[in-house]
Design a protein around this ligand. Structure first.
Ligand code: TPP
Length: 430
């Protein structure tokens, strides 16, 4: 019998630690043939009122509606009219035009930071269309599409990005961390995953008041590794809270691939099984499938069927943010090799196939949207850009939190203002 600390003679195998490694690194050829892409229309659609268990086989499937033939297939086809489809297409294209211009604005030094959502537009725009206008959205930082789908003005977004004197958040948030009470869009938090328990809490409050508003939240697959994910799902399942968890699996969390959040072992949708909530796994680049899944979950939540976790399987086509260089850690070929295509092009091709749109109309719309964002940018620049000094007055940082400023903060405010007067005498004020 071996004694403690006596390794000699032991024939037990040595333990080995598994450290996940992505399939492809810079310079590698990217081949996604291991990803199972089922036929569009092949996934069954259970009734919204079904037992959560009935959805669980879908956690290993992939709900797809738009086929390679550009037609809508199967029971998940939401049968939207052409006007709604054109509106979703326009808003996705607007998000892309906005992202491209703001990325350039950061490179031109007009703001310190920007984050694009290229390739993921459907997961925010089309999901928002499936919600009621006053359902509460608890976003992460890549859901500019939700705000655009609710009609937020690009100029307001740019004012926030520039932290200028018209920024409604008074420069107190990192660029792109928007918030709009009017549009039921909760304040974005830079601390990952805090929005999940907040969404569950809102949903519980809404239900306990007998209200009709549900909550929908978005989170990256990497952030599901946070403890907040667990707390949010436990409370949601225990109290059958009317909340939708949208997990955006775009394969990467900055430079960590999805394997570091558990993606090698099970799908992210499959986490629903352990909590006993409904779970769906959807092609996140298929605008119709995204709409249909979100609508299913919203109808279920609104009729007291409880929470749903939706994994949107997609790809982050660009860098994490303007501070990131993905060519340092992933194969440059991944974006083009991604098997689920581009959501904007897929919806455009579908509308063209229906005889409701044309490439010429798309081109003209792209030019119009680009001009629209350019005009909004010009208007926002009148209110100031990074470093031009046109921001909210310095002392406002001490306002809006307390009704009566506590003495120690008052002291700090007085001291800061005095020091500022010395550093920046009249005429040199920054
Ligand atoms: C609590 C916390 N940990 C770490 C970070 C740093 N951080 C910011 S974004 C990010 C990656 C998140 O990836 P994912 O959740 O997959 O979302 P994606 O960026 O892909 O949309 C990390 C680690 C943070 N902001 N907050």
């Amino acid at each position: 019998m071996a004694k403690a600390g006596d390794k000699k003679g032991s024939n037990r195998p040595a333990l080995a630690l598994h450290v996940p490694e992505p399939h492809y690194r810079p310079g590698d050829e990217a081949d996604f043939s291991h990803i199972v892409v089922p036929e569009a229309g092949s996934a069954p659609r259970p009734d919204e009122a079904c037992d959560a268990k009935e959805t669980h086989p879908l956690c290993d499937d992939l709900i797809r509606v738009l086929g390679d033939d550009n037609k809508a297939h199967g029971p998940w086809d939401p049968r939207l009219d052409a006007d709604t489809l054109r509106r979703m297409l326009r808003e996705m294209a607007l998000v892309r035009a906005f992202d491209n211009r703001m990325y350039r604005a950061q490179r031109q030094g007009k703001t310190s930071f920007y984050m694009k959502c290229t390739g993921e537009e459907a997961t925010s725009v089309c999901a928002t269309h499936a919600l009621a206008a006053d359902d509460m959205i608890f976003p992460s930082y890549r859901q500019q599409g939700c705000l655009i789908a609710r009609g937020y003005e690009p100029v307001e977004m740019i004012n926030q990005i520039y932290s200028n004197k018209a920024d409604k958040l008074k420069g107190r948030q990192l660029p792109i961390m928007y918030c709009s009470k009017r549009l039921s869009f909760f304040s974005i938090s830079g601390n990952l995953a805090t929005q999940l328990p907040q969404a569950t809490g809102f949903a519980m409050a809404s239900a306990s008041k007998g209200d009709s508003r549900i909550a929908a939240t978005w989170v990256g697959e990497g952030s599901t590794a946070e403890g907040d994910f667990h707390s949010a799902l436990v409370f949601a399942t225990v109290y059958n809270a009317p909340v939708i968890f949208n997990v955006i699996n775009n394969q990467w969390a900055i430079s960590s691939f999805s394997g570091f959040a558990g993606g090698e072992r099970a799908t992210f949708a499959a986490r629903a099984i352990g909590y006993g909530v409904a779970g769906l796994r959807v092609d996140g680049n298929d605008p119709l499938a995204v709409y249909a899944a979100e609508r299913w979950a919203a109808d279920r939540a609104r009729s007291n069927g409880g929470p749903t976790l939706i994994e949107h399987f997609t790809y982050r086509a660009e860098g994490h943010s303007t501070s990131d260089d993905p060519s340092a850690y992933r194969s440059a070929e991944e974006g083009t090799a991604w098997p689920l295509g581009d959501p904007v092009k897929r919806l455009m091709d579908h509308l063209i196939d229906m005889g409701e749109w044309s490439e010429e109309q798309q081109e003209a719309q792209d030019a119009e949207l680009d001009q629209m964002v350019k005009d909004a940018q010009k208007d926002a620049e009148k209110n100031g850009i990074l470093g031009h000094g046109l921001h909210h007055p310095f002392h406002t940082m001490f306002e809006d939190v307390y009704e009566d400023l506590p003495w120690h903060l008052q002291e700090q405010a007085d001291q800061a203002i005095r020091e500022r007067e010395i550093k920046f005498p009249e005429g040199l004020k920054k």
